[in-house]
Every structure is written in structure tokens, then in C-alpha cells.
Design a protein around this ligand. Sequence first.
Ligand SMILES: [Zn+2]
Length: 260
Amino acid sequence: MRMDCETHGKLTDAYLDGELDAASALAFESHGAGCAGCGPRLASARDERARMSGLLREGITYHRAPPAFRAGVEAALAHASAPPPVARAAAPARFGLGSLAAVAAAAVLASALTWWAASSLGGSRHDPVGELVASHVRSLQVDHLTDIASSDRHAVKPWFAGKLDFTPPVADLGTEGYALRGGRLDYVDSRPAAALAYQRRQHVINLFVWSDAGRDEPAYATQRAGFNVVAWRDRGLRFALVSDLGEDELRGFAERLRKP
Ligand SMILES: [Zn+2]
């Protein structure tokens, strides 16, 4: 989709609710980072959200349940735990009423709990860019950085053939200090993506590549959990670099990858 100021404004709630997919979230953040109008507008919308969820949390902590709500739940529970009016064997049909009240009371409590959990966990919303970082961290932890380990791009590139509906460009920039270590299949938004592993000094860099139709987009940088992310869109593909490498060097790598 075309990310202009109007679209950015319309998507702000969906973004803050964590409802955008990774490609849209990156396009959204990229526009916000470069637009003098939308960047500050997004920041104030986020502040307003934080203020509201703070108020909600305080309300949940300090306000007791309204008396009518409380009385209703207590009555339902009392009724549910009362002995059946008639012996079980004599009237099995009427015995069901007490169970029904218990179910109703449980449903009321469950929906109150769900509402409480949803508002108090507001900070841990779905974050597609954060998921790219999680994928990067996982690739380091489980010793599963590459399915094909090779520094030869002529071995890595054909390995993806038939596994994806696009061909990821594979650059060999070893002479410039970005050693290719290999590639693997990964997933972004539950869709197959190429992940290419590079190394600069002791820093591992993952380059995620997946299909994302739309206009080319310049590289922009963001951060999650202490990791740098540099993303751009080029000829129908979305690229995202993730690493603990410094932002300047990661941006430099992105520039090199974009101009082979
Ligand atoms: Zn804008």
C-alpha cells in the first residue's frame, strides 16, 4: 500500500494495537521516521495511549467492584453452591439449574478477568518488528543460524530455489568485512522468508527477505530490545537487517547491499 500522511494517520490505531503485519509495520515506522508531521503525531498518540492505560490500571487497582455487580456475582455463586431443592434421583431435570447459575457466574468472572488482563498487559502487544528481533536471537541461541553454511554466494543462492516464490539476492561482501556465513528458511508473519547470515567482527547480522509489493522505500533504522533494525523495500522485496552491530555500520551495510 502507498504510505502517505493520510494512510499513516488512518493506520495509527491499528499500529498501536499491534494489528499490522511486519511489512506494513515497517512501512508505517519508516514513514513516521522521515515525516515531520506524522512522526510527532505518532509520538503523541503513543503517549496518550500510555496515559490512558495508566489510568485504567490505577482504576483497576484502587476501585472496588460496583455494589450491584458484586451482589449479582455473590447471589449467583450462593445459588450455585446451594443444595439442590429436590433429591438428585427424584428430579434430575431441576438439578441442572444450580449448574447453570454456576456457569453464568463463572462467565461473568471470566469476562471481568479477561478485560483486566487485556488492559494490564497492554505493553506486550503484538510487535512484528520485535518478532524479527526475536527470530534473530533464536537463530543465535539454538545454534541454527544456517541451513546451508557457506561463504560462497553461488552455493547459497541456488539453495533457496523451489523453497520460496522469489529469489533473494545474495551478496558476497567478504572483502569489505561482511562475511557471508550461509542461509536458512525462516518465517515472517507465518510466511516463508529467506534469512541470510553475515558476520562483521564478532557481530552476527541476519538479513530477512520476503515478498512485499509496493514502491521502493529508503532504508530507515529502528531499535528493539537493544538490537538495531535497518529495513527498506526494493523491487517488490522487503529487506530487514537485524544485529547488535552499531546503527551506523548497519546502515552502511544496507547501503552496500542496495548498490551492488
Ligand atoms: Zn507523513
